[in-house]
Write a protein that binds this ligand. Structure first.
Ligand SMILES: [Zn+2]
Ligand SMILES: [Zn+2]
Length: 331
Protein backbone atom coordinates (compact mmCIF):
# COMPACT_ATOMS: atom_id res chain seq x y z
CA UNK A 1 0.00 0.00 0.00
CA UNK A 2 2.83 2.38 0.92
CA UNK A 3 4.67 1.47 -2.28
CA UNK A 4 1.57 2.13 -4.35
CA UNK A 5 1.10 5.53 -2.68
CA UNK A 6 4.74 6.45 -3.40
CA UNK A 7 4.33 5.36 -7.02
CA UNK A 8 1.15 7.42 -7.47
CA UNK A 9 2.88 10.40 -5.81
CA UNK A 10 5.87 10.11 -8.18
CA UNK A 11 3.61 9.85 -11.23
CA UNK A 12 1.69 12.97 -10.13
CA UNK A 13 4.97 14.88 -9.52
CA UNK A 14 6.29 13.82 -12.95
CA UNK A 15 3.01 14.81 -14.58
CA UNK A 16 3.07 18.27 -12.94
CA UNK A 17 6.74 18.72 -13.94
CA UNK A 18 5.96 17.88 -17.56
CA UNK A 19 3.01 20.29 -17.66
CA UNK A 20 5.18 23.11 -16.24
CA UNK A 21 8.09 22.27 -18.55
CA UNK A 22 5.91 22.07 -21.67
CA UNK A 23 4.31 25.39 -20.79
CA UNK A 24 7.75 26.96 -20.27
CA UNK A 25 9.04 25.60 -23.60
CA UNK A 26 5.95 26.82 -25.47
CA UNK A 27 6.40 30.33 -24.03
CA UNK A 28 10.14 30.19 -24.78
CA UNK A 29 9.46 29.22 -28.39
CA UNK A 30 7.18 32.22 -28.85
CA UNK A 31 9.84 34.58 -27.38
CA UNK A 32 12.53 33.06 -29.66
CA UNK A 33 10.33 33.49 -32.76
CA UNK A 34 9.45 37.09 -31.78
CA UNK A 35 13.12 37.95 -31.21
CA UNK A 36 14.06 36.39 -34.55
CA UNK A 37 11.36 38.25 -36.43
CA UNK A 38 12.10 41.55 -34.68
CA UNK A 39 15.81 41.56 -35.55
CA UNK A 40 16.37 44.24 -38.15
CA UNK A 41 18.63 42.94 -40.88
CA UNK A 42 20.15 45.07 -43.61
CA UNK A 43 22.04 43.85 -46.62
CA UNK A 44 25.84 44.16 -46.49
CA UNK A 45 26.62 46.86 -49.03
CA UNK A 46 30.35 46.14 -49.35
CA UNK A 47 31.58 43.85 -52.10
CA UNK A 48 34.69 42.58 -50.38
CA UNK A 49 35.62 38.97 -50.82
CA UNK A 50 38.40 36.49 -50.16
CA UNK A 51 40.19 34.49 -52.83
CA UNK A 52 40.94 31.36 -50.84
CA UNK A 53 39.33 29.67 -47.87
CA UNK A 54 40.38 26.63 -45.91
CA UNK A 55 38.59 25.00 -43.00
CA UNK A 56 40.63 22.74 -40.75
CA UNK A 57 38.65 21.00 -37.99
CA UNK A 58 40.86 21.15 -34.86
CA UNK A 59 38.18 19.44 -32.79
CA UNK A 60 35.48 17.11 -34.07
CA UNK A 61 34.02 13.80 -32.92
CA UNK A 62 35.77 11.89 -35.72
CA UNK A 63 39.31 12.07 -37.07
CA UNK A 64 41.42 11.00 -40.02
CA UNK A 65 44.57 10.66 -37.88
CA UNK A 66 45.02 8.56 -34.71
CA UNK A 67 47.58 11.08 -33.44
CA UNK A 68 44.76 13.62 -33.12
CA UNK A 69 42.26 13.58 -30.26
CA UNK A 70 38.51 13.66 -30.84
CA UNK A 71 35.84 15.33 -28.72
CA UNK A 72 32.10 15.73 -28.87
CA UNK A 73 32.59 19.37 -29.63
CA UNK A 74 33.74 21.81 -32.28
CA UNK A 75 36.75 23.96 -33.03
CA UNK A 76 37.59 24.96 -36.60
CA UNK A 77 40.60 26.87 -37.88
CA UNK A 78 39.42 28.96 -40.81
CA UNK A 79 41.93 30.58 -43.14
CA UNK A 80 40.65 33.42 -45.30
CA UNK A 81 43.49 34.49 -47.62
CA UNK A 82 46.30 35.37 -45.16
CA UNK A 83 44.07 35.75 -42.05
CA UNK A 84 43.21 33.03 -39.56
CA UNK A 85 40.09 32.65 -37.46
CA UNK A 86 39.30 30.08 -34.78
CA UNK A 87 35.61 29.23 -34.48
CA UNK A 88 34.88 27.74 -31.01
CA UNK A 89 37.15 25.99 -28.48
CA UNK A 90 35.82 22.40 -28.29
CA UNK A 91 34.60 20.67 -25.11
CA UNK A 92 37.51 19.46 -22.91
CA UNK A 93 35.05 17.41 -20.85
CA UNK A 94 37.91 15.75 -18.91
CA UNK A 95 39.29 19.23 -17.96
CA UNK A 96 42.73 18.29 -19.26
CA UNK A 97 45.85 20.32 -19.78
CA UNK A 98 46.94 20.37 -22.47
CA UNK A 99 43.42 20.18 -23.85
CA UNK A 100 42.66 18.21 -26.99
CA UNK A 101 42.52 21.59 -28.75
CA UNK A 102 46.09 22.46 -27.76
CA UNK A 103 47.32 18.93 -28.42
CA UNK A 104 45.79 18.84 -31.91
CA UNK A 105 47.06 22.32 -32.75
CA UNK A 106 50.57 21.24 -31.85
CA UNK A 107 50.32 18.05 -33.92
CA UNK A 108 48.97 20.08 -36.85
CA UNK A 109 51.68 22.75 -36.46
CA UNK A 110 49.21 25.53 -35.54
CA UNK A 111 49.56 28.22 -32.89
CA UNK A 112 47.51 31.01 -31.34
CA UNK A 113 50.39 33.35 -32.25
CA UNK A 114 49.07 33.38 -35.82
CA UNK A 115 45.35 33.76 -35.05
CA UNK A 116 43.72 37.08 -36.03
CA UNK A 117 40.18 36.55 -34.71
CA UNK A 118 38.31 34.22 -32.37
CA UNK A 119 34.58 33.70 -32.91
CA UNK A 120 32.15 31.77 -30.72
CA UNK A 121 29.06 30.37 -32.39
CA UNK A 122 27.12 30.08 -29.12
CA UNK A 123 27.59 29.63 -25.38
CA UNK A 124 27.31 25.85 -25.03
CA UNK A 125 29.82 23.66 -23.22
CA UNK A 126 31.01 21.80 -26.31
CA UNK A 127 32.05 25.09 -27.94
CA UNK A 128 33.41 27.11 -24.98
CA UNK A 129 35.90 24.52 -23.72
CA UNK A 130 33.89 23.03 -20.85
CA UNK A 131 30.89 22.70 -18.57
CA UNK A 132 32.30 25.15 -16.01
CA UNK A 133 32.80 27.66 -18.84
CA UNK A 134 29.15 27.37 -19.85
CA UNK A 135 28.00 27.89 -16.25
CA UNK A 136 30.29 30.90 -15.69
CA UNK A 137 29.89 32.38 -19.20
CA UNK A 138 33.62 32.13 -19.87
CA UNK A 139 35.83 30.34 -22.41
CA UNK A 140 39.04 28.34 -21.98
CA UNK A 141 41.62 27.10 -24.46
CA UNK A 142 42.80 24.62 -21.83
CA UNK A 143 42.63 24.09 -18.06
CA UNK A 144 45.91 25.78 -17.21
CA UNK A 145 47.58 29.00 -18.29
CA UNK A 146 47.96 29.46 -22.03
CA UNK A 147 49.89 32.47 -23.27
CA UNK A 148 48.38 34.09 -26.34
CA UNK A 149 48.65 37.48 -27.98
CA UNK A 150 45.69 39.81 -27.60
CA UNK A 151 43.16 38.54 -30.13
CA UNK A 152 39.74 40.11 -30.77
CA UNK A 153 36.93 37.79 -29.68
CA UNK A 154 33.42 37.86 -31.18
CA UNK A 155 30.58 36.18 -29.31
CA UNK A 156 26.79 36.23 -29.66
CA UNK A 157 26.32 36.96 -25.93
CA UNK A 158 28.46 38.42 -23.15
CA UNK A 159 31.37 36.07 -22.38
CA UNK A 160 34.61 36.64 -20.47
CA UNK A 161 38.01 35.01 -20.93
CA UNK A 162 38.64 32.50 -18.12
CA UNK A 163 41.56 32.75 -15.66
CA UNK A 164 43.57 30.48 -18.01
CA UNK A 165 43.59 32.88 -20.99
CA UNK A 166 42.96 36.36 -19.51
CA UNK A 167 44.93 38.10 -22.25
CA UNK A 168 42.34 37.34 -24.92
CA UNK A 169 40.94 40.71 -25.89
CA UNK A 170 37.62 42.19 -24.88
CA UNK A 171 34.67 40.34 -26.31
CA UNK A 172 32.69 42.02 -29.05
CA UNK A 173 29.04 41.04 -28.73
CA UNK A 174 27.88 40.49 -32.28
CA UNK A 175 24.13 40.31 -31.76
CA UNK A 176 23.48 41.81 -35.20
CA UNK A 177 25.21 40.86 -38.45
CA UNK A 178 28.65 42.44 -38.70
CA UNK A 179 31.74 42.31 -40.90
CA UNK A 180 34.70 41.21 -38.79
CA UNK A 181 37.26 41.62 -41.59
CA UNK A 182 37.34 42.01 -45.36
CA UNK A 183 34.97 39.42 -46.87
CA UNK A 184 34.21 37.73 -43.51
CA UNK A 185 30.96 38.28 -41.60
CA UNK A 186 28.83 36.91 -38.81
CA UNK A 187 25.18 36.58 -39.80
CA UNK A 188 23.96 37.77 -36.37
CA UNK A 189 22.13 35.93 -33.64
CA UNK A 190 19.27 33.58 -34.36
CA UNK A 191 17.50 32.45 -31.17
CA UNK A 192 15.94 29.10 -30.37
CA UNK A 193 14.40 27.65 -27.23
CA UNK A 194 15.70 24.13 -26.51
CA UNK A 195 13.67 21.71 -24.38
CA UNK A 196 16.40 21.03 -21.79
CA UNK A 197 19.05 23.68 -22.42
CA UNK A 198 16.58 26.57 -22.67
CA UNK A 199 17.03 29.81 -24.60
CA UNK A 200 20.10 30.02 -26.84
CA UNK A 201 21.32 32.58 -29.33
CA UNK A 202 23.64 31.29 -32.04
CA UNK A 203 25.52 32.97 -34.87
CA UNK A 204 27.31 31.55 -37.90
CA UNK A 205 30.20 32.76 -40.04
CA UNK A 206 29.69 33.79 -43.65
CA UNK A 207 32.63 34.29 -46.01
CA UNK A 208 32.30 35.73 -49.50
CA UNK A 209 34.47 33.58 -51.77
CA UNK A 210 35.41 35.44 -54.95
CA UNK A 211 33.66 34.06 -58.02
CA UNK A 212 31.85 31.34 -56.03
CA UNK A 213 29.47 32.82 -53.44
CA UNK A 214 28.87 32.65 -49.70
CA UNK A 215 30.48 29.98 -47.55
CA UNK A 216 28.55 29.36 -44.33
CA UNK A 217 30.25 27.79 -41.30
CA UNK A 218 28.07 26.78 -38.36
CA UNK A 219 28.80 25.57 -34.81
CA UNK A 220 25.85 23.53 -33.51
CA UNK A 221 23.15 24.73 -35.92
CA UNK A 222 20.48 25.18 -33.25
CA UNK A 223 19.14 28.04 -35.39
CA UNK A 224 17.96 25.49 -38.03
CA UNK A 225 19.51 25.60 -41.48
CA UNK A 226 16.24 26.99 -42.87
CA UNK A 227 16.59 30.17 -40.81
CA UNK A 228 20.34 30.40 -41.47
CA UNK A 229 19.64 30.30 -45.21
CA UNK A 230 16.81 32.82 -44.87
CA UNK A 231 19.06 35.22 -42.92
CA UNK A 232 21.93 34.79 -45.39
CA UNK A 233 19.66 35.69 -48.31
CA UNK A 234 18.66 38.88 -46.47
CA UNK A 235 22.33 39.82 -46.05
CA UNK A 236 23.88 38.96 -49.41
CA UNK A 237 22.99 39.08 -53.10
CA UNK A 238 25.27 36.13 -53.91
CA UNK A 239 24.23 32.49 -53.87
CA UNK A 240 25.20 30.27 -50.97
CA UNK A 241 28.11 28.23 -52.30
CA UNK A 242 28.83 25.97 -49.31
CA UNK A 243 27.44 24.97 -45.91
CA UNK A 244 29.74 23.32 -43.36
CA UNK A 245 29.43 22.46 -39.67
CA UNK A 246 26.82 21.49 -37.10
CA UNK A 247 23.20 21.32 -38.23
CA UNK A 248 22.00 19.50 -35.13
CA UNK A 249 20.33 16.45 -36.63
CA UNK A 250 20.90 13.69 -34.03
CA UNK A 251 18.12 11.50 -35.39
CA UNK A 252 18.08 8.07 -33.79
CA UNK A 253 17.75 5.11 -36.12
CA UNK A 254 18.39 1.42 -35.68
CA UNK A 255 22.10 0.66 -36.06
CA UNK A 256 23.07 4.30 -35.52
CA UNK A 257 22.24 4.77 -31.85
CA UNK A 258 25.29 5.90 -29.94
CA UNK A 259 25.60 7.82 -26.70
CA UNK A 260 26.45 11.06 -28.50
CA UNK A 261 23.31 11.23 -30.67
CA UNK A 262 21.15 10.28 -27.68
CA UNK A 263 22.59 13.11 -25.55
CA UNK A 264 22.24 15.61 -28.39
CA UNK A 265 18.75 14.28 -29.15
CA UNK A 266 17.60 14.97 -25.58
CA UNK A 267 19.49 18.10 -24.50
CA UNK A 268 20.12 20.05 -27.69
CA UNK A 269 16.76 19.84 -29.42
CA UNK A 270 13.69 22.03 -29.15
CA UNK A 271 11.56 18.88 -29.39
CA UNK A 272 10.42 17.08 -26.24
CA UNK A 273 12.40 13.85 -25.65
CA UNK A 274 9.29 11.71 -26.30
CA UNK A 275 8.74 13.46 -29.61
CA UNK A 276 12.33 13.96 -30.79
CA UNK A 277 13.84 15.03 -34.08
CA UNK A 278 12.80 12.68 -36.86
CA UNK A 279 13.62 11.67 -40.42
CA UNK A 280 11.28 14.44 -41.54
CA UNK A 281 13.57 17.08 -39.98
CA UNK A 282 16.57 15.64 -41.85
CA UNK A 283 14.73 15.54 -45.18
CA UNK A 284 13.45 19.09 -44.69
CA UNK A 285 17.00 20.29 -43.95
CA UNK A 286 18.26 18.56 -47.10
CA UNK A 287 15.45 20.07 -49.19
CA UNK A 288 16.13 23.59 -47.93
CA UNK A 289 19.84 23.28 -48.81
CA UNK A 290 19.00 21.87 -52.24
CA UNK A 291 16.46 24.64 -52.85
CA UNK A 292 19.22 27.19 -52.16
CA UNK A 293 21.35 25.49 -54.85
CA UNK A 294 24.28 24.99 -52.46
CA UNK A 295 27.29 23.43 -54.21
CA UNK A 296 29.17 21.89 -51.25
CA UNK A 297 27.80 20.49 -47.98
CA UNK A 298 29.52 18.98 -44.93
CA UNK A 299 27.73 17.90 -41.76
CA UNK A 300 29.51 17.94 -38.39
CA UNK A 301 29.40 14.50 -36.76
CA UNK A 302 29.52 16.10 -33.28
CA UNK A 303 25.78 16.78 -33.20
CA UNK A 304 24.31 14.67 -36.00
CA UNK A 305 23.86 10.91 -36.06
CA UNK A 306 25.51 8.54 -38.52
CA UNK A 307 22.10 7.97 -40.09
CA UNK A 308 21.60 11.69 -40.77
CA UNK A 309 25.10 12.04 -42.19
CA UNK A 310 24.47 9.07 -44.46
CA UNK A 311 21.26 10.64 -45.74
CA UNK A 312 23.23 13.79 -46.54
CA UNK A 313 25.88 11.73 -48.36
CA UNK A 314 23.17 10.06 -50.44
CA UNK A 315 21.34 13.33 -51.13
CA UNK A 316 24.39 15.38 -52.17
CA UNK A 317 26.67 12.75 -53.73
CA UNK A 318 29.95 14.29 -54.86
CA UNK A 319 28.89 17.64 -53.39
CA UNK A 320 29.18 16.10 -49.91
CA UNK A 321 32.36 16.79 -47.90
CA UNK A 322 33.35 14.79 -44.78
CA UNK A 323 34.11 16.83 -41.67
CA UNK A 324 36.76 15.18 -39.48
CA UNK A 325 39.49 16.38 -37.14
CA UNK A 326 42.63 17.11 -39.15
CA UNK A 327 40.95 16.93 -42.58
CA UNK A 328 41.44 20.31 -44.23
CA UNK A 329 38.77 21.50 -46.63
CA UNK A 330 40.24 23.86 -49.22
CA UNK A 331 38.02 26.07 -51.36
ZN1 LIG B 1 27.65 21.58 -30.37
ZN1 LIG C 1 24.88 23.76 -28.76
Amino acid sequence: MILLSILIFLIVVLFIFLIIKTNEVNKGRIIAIENYENTSVEKFEDEQSVKKISILPLIESETIDDNLETENGVSYLISADDKQIILDFGFNRAKKHPSALLHNMEVLGKSFDNIDHIVFSHAHLDHLGGMHEQKTKTFSISQSNVETPKIPVYAPVKLQPSEFNPQLDTVHITKNPVSIMSGVYTIGNIPRYLFIMGYIEEQALALRLEGKGIVLILGCGHQTIQRVIERTKQLFDENIYAVFGGLHLPVLKKGHIGLLPIIQWVVGSDHAPWNGLSEKDVFEAIESIKAANVQLVGLSPHDSSGWSINEFRKAFGDKYVEIKTGKEIVL
